[in-house]
Design a protein. Structure first.
Length: 113
């Protein structure tokens, strides 16, 4: 099976129309402007919903949709539980982060003892 992205997909126009009708303010960003805005919102303690492409199909599918929050803040789990539909202290949360190449220094060199 190549994937499970058999759920619906929505165009930018459909999403914009929905947000307008619901009264949610929205601006469309791409490229660096998008990533800078998301990083800024996360650093300010905001929760960001990320959606792209088709949705997965099936029970508990979340493919191409994510809820992003700052994992450094100890209040993040309770904030997410309050902002999502079914609060649960047992809901799994997974922190992710960007990886950077590690530069060997004398103190961290594989040859140091």
């Amino acid at each position: 099976m190549a994937g499970a992205l058999f759920g619906p997909a929505y165009s930018a126009q459909e999403i914009g129309t929905f947000l307008d009708r619901a009264g949610y303010p929205a601006v469309r960003l791409t490229g660096p402007a998008l990533t800078e805005r998301v990083a800024s919102e996360l650093a300010a303690g905001k929760v960001v919903g990320w959606y792209q492409g088709r949705m997965e199909f099936g029970p508990r599918a979340l493919g191409n949709r994510s809820i992003l929050a700052d994992p450094r803040d100890p209040r993040t789990q309770s904030t997410l539980n309050l902002k999502t539909k079914f609060p649960s202290s047992g809901r799994a949360h997974s922190a992710t982060g960007r990886s950077w190449p590690i530069r060997a220094t004398p103190a961290h060199s594989p040859r140091s003892t």
